[in-house]
Design a protein around this ligand. Structure first.
Ligand code: C2E
Ligand code: MG
Ligand code: MG
Length: 647
């Protein structure tokens, strides 16, 4: 008994500690079996009505009517609650409502029993009233055990008036029954509390499991590093937004971002700095698109954004904003990093209606953006499919092209203007593919650079060119183009030495040409590579000078022996005085710095004359000679005097 009292006392405290979600489940269980409530209400009401009618007692009649009324209200309440979810504040309100109905009902049944015991002498009526109240009390102690305070009060409300009624009669047999009912109440209390504890444990465990499962599900859809949605979650959200767009109209922009040269950040500053950069970018994207877009990290250095558009043209402005936002410098692991991003954009429904098509098209646009340099944005255009497809095919065909012997070199003579003879030839690579025929180097070299094949191809070019040149007169050198990828390779000096050794060509006769983009991208390593080449006594040439963004000051920093003025300036010499001035300045500056100048792309006599006047050292172009096979070059050495031009 003492234990029971202790447990009853504890009940209040422990009830305050249960979580809102657990409480909601417990309260819901009160309404879980409407059928038992209806059966209980109907049977008790019918029995009360019968007892009242037979006894013809108006007190009993009044009480029976109230029992009927409360029963109707409770059934209506239960039916209403079946239709609405229990959330937040409604849980406590519902519990209070249920408690009021339940207690009034149990109290009325107990009162009805008490009245029957005191106001009638009919043993059968008393039996009916007492068993109904006790039966109800027993049932309710189990049914409502999930909310023990309600169950226990109902138990007492229905049973204790009976005890009073039985004791008032001062009949020993009835007193025995009163004692039995009291024992019954105590036993039922124990059962209710035990049932409650078992239910509570089960509900708590199931809630914990559900919360854990929810947590795992959320984690599986989140990118660990940045906290953004991951690829899976992005796909779901993207599809949901597409479906919403289809239903309500409008347009959506899908922006696919790829950080430029992220690998180099990792390689140069370490993974911590790389991670910090990704986090910083993620944070900026999140801030920029809060509320208006879905932002996700698709993996590596790729991010995606989906946002609604009022008009398809808005996509461009959003893309530009992105370039700016990501382009701002960020402090990463102690390094100030400025990262740029390439963005590919596809707009739904214009560029596709389903997620797969739009993702593919945004990817194509991104590919184009990457191709056109760093920090660029590109919108999807249907023509991209064809171009990219050709690029993919060429990339596949480049594999094994060397082994299949599909490459050969042609040589374009370079004429010395002072001596009017060929002093050098530029080796130019040609590819005749088994499927695509002749492919221009302007098309396939960037592909080979992208997938790294340029290193093997470039080595082959170097060996081949040196071998051919080794058979030329000793005053004729060979110019070989080097891709930036080759220049950055650490084994470049070894490769050059091996080509020279294998062919016996003097290093002074080898001129390696690099374009100025190399100087802008990776100043320190380019400088080191060029110096290493110079140490081998090999000459270096700055090719296509004037096409990039390098300032004239670059010329003082880099060890070039020759400067090649780009064809675009030479072409303009005919008509633009500004070009004449530029070429003159470049030639004069190069001379002061001890560099030779070569003008490439000379196509007209007027251009050649102008170049003579600016005292350019050498010229190369279709006017003088087109690129030609090695045998033709060899044949030309018999008469290398300049045939074209006015002299
Ligand atoms: P580049 O090094 O600037 O080579 C000069 C290009 O201009 C050659 O184009 C040549 O045929 C062309 N050309 C020469 N004179 C004239 C002219 O008077 N008018 C016009 N319109 N063009 C002229 P090609 O052979 O198509 O090569 C294009 C580019 O491909 C080269 O530009 C070079 O950057 C690259 N390339 C060629 N061979 C190799 C190679 O073996 N390795 C690497 N890495 N790149 C190469
Ligand atoms: Mg060149
Ligand atoms: Mg060039």
């Amino acid at each position: 008994m003492a234990r029971l009292i202790h447990r009853l006392r504890q009940l209040r405290h422990s009830d305050e500690r249960i979580t809102a979600a657990v409480r909601a489940t417990l309260v819901e269980s009160l309404y879980a079996s409407p059928r038992s409530l209806v059966i209980g209400a109907l049977t008790s009401t019918v029995i009360a009505a019968v007892v009242a009618a037979v006894s013809r007692d108006h007190w009993l009649a009044t009480c029976a009517t109230m029992i009927g009324l409360v029963a109707v209200v409770r059934i209506a309440d239960t039916v209403r609650l079946q239709r609405q979810a229990m959330v937040g504040a409604t849980v406590r309100r519902q519990e209070r409502g249920y408690r009021l109905g339940a207690l009034s009902y149990a109290g009325l049944l107990g009162l009805f029993g008490l009245l029957t015991l005191t106001r009638t002498a009919d043993g059968v009526l008393q039996l009916l009233a007492v068993t109904t109240a006790i039966g109800y009390a027993a049932g309710i102690a189990g049914r409502n055990a999930a909310r023990p305070s309600i169950a226990l009060t109902q138990l007492c409300g229905a049973s204790l008036p009976l005890v009073v009624g039985l004791l008032i009669a001062l009949d020993p047999l009835k007193a025995v029954l009163a004692a039995v009912i009291l024992l019954f109440v105590v036993a039922m209390m124990e059962i209710t509390l035990q049932t409650y504890e078992a239910i509570l444990r089960a509900v708590v465990v199931s809630h914990e499991k559900a919360a854990l499962a929810e947590h795992h599900a959320a984690m599986a859809r989140r990118d660990d590093l940045t906290g953004l949605a991951n690829r899976t979650a992005f796909r779901e959200q993207f599809e949901a937004r597409l479906a919403a767009m289809e239903a309500s109209g409008g347009a959506l922009a899908l922006l696919w971002l790829d950080l430029d040269r992220f690998k180099e950040v990792n390689d140069t500053f370490g993974h911590l700095a790389g991670n910090a950069l990704l986090i910083a970018v993620a944070e900026r994207l999140r801030r920029t698109f809060t509320g208006s877009g879905t932002v996700a990290r698709l993996g590596g250095d790729e991010f995606a954004i989906v946002c609604a558009l009022d008009h398809p043209d808005e996509a461009v402005a959003i893309g530009r904003r992105l370039l700016g936002v990501v382009g701002e410098p960020a402090q990463c692991d102690g390094h100030q990093l400025r990262s740029s991003v390439s963005v590919g954009v596809a707009v739904a429904p214009r560029d596709g209606a389903d997620a797969d098509t739009l993702l593919k098209n945004a990817d194509l646009a991104l590919y184009r953006a990457k191709e056109s340099g760093r920090g660029q944005m590109s919108l999807y255009e249907p023509a991209m499919d064809e171009k990219i497809e050709r690029r993919r095919q060429l990339a596949a065909e480049l594999h094994g092209a060397l082994q299949r012997g599909e490459f050969h070199l042609v040589y374009q003579p370079i004429y010395d203007l002072a001596g009017e003879r060929i002093t050098s030839c530029e080796a130019l690579l040609r590819w005749t593919n088994r499927r695509h025929g002749a492919v221009s180097p302007a098309e396939f070299i960037p592909i080979a650079e992208d997938n790294g094949q340029i290193v093997a191809i470039g080595n082959w070019v170097l060996h081949q060119a040196c071998r051919t040149a080794s058979e030329w007169p000793a005053h004729v050198s060979i110019a070989v183009n080097l891709s930036p990828v080759q220049l950055r390779a650490s084994n470049l000096p070894a490769v050059v030495i091996s080509a020279l050794d294998a062919t016996g060509l003097a290093p002074q006769r080898l001129h390696l040409e690099v374009t100025e983009s190399v100087l802008l991208e990776d100043v320190d390593s380019s400088l080191a590579a060029l110096k290493a080449l110079n140490r081998l006594a090999v000459n270096t040439t700055l090719d296509d000078f004037g096409t990039g963004y390098s300032a004239l000051s670059y010329l003082t920093r880099f060890p070039f022996q020759t400067l090649k003025i780009d064809r675009s300036f030479v072409t303009d010499l005919d008509r633009s005085p500004a070009s004449i001035a530029i070429v003159q300045t470049v030639v004069d500056l190069a001379a002061k710095l001890g560099m030779r100048t070569v003008a490439e792309g000379v196509e007209t006599v007027a251009q050649l004359d102008q170049l003579r006047r600016t005292r350019c050292d050498a010229v190369q172009g279709y006017l003088l000679a087109r690129p030609m096979p090695a045998e033709m070059v060899a044949a030309m050495f018999a008469g290398t005097r300049l045939r074209a031009g006015t002299g």
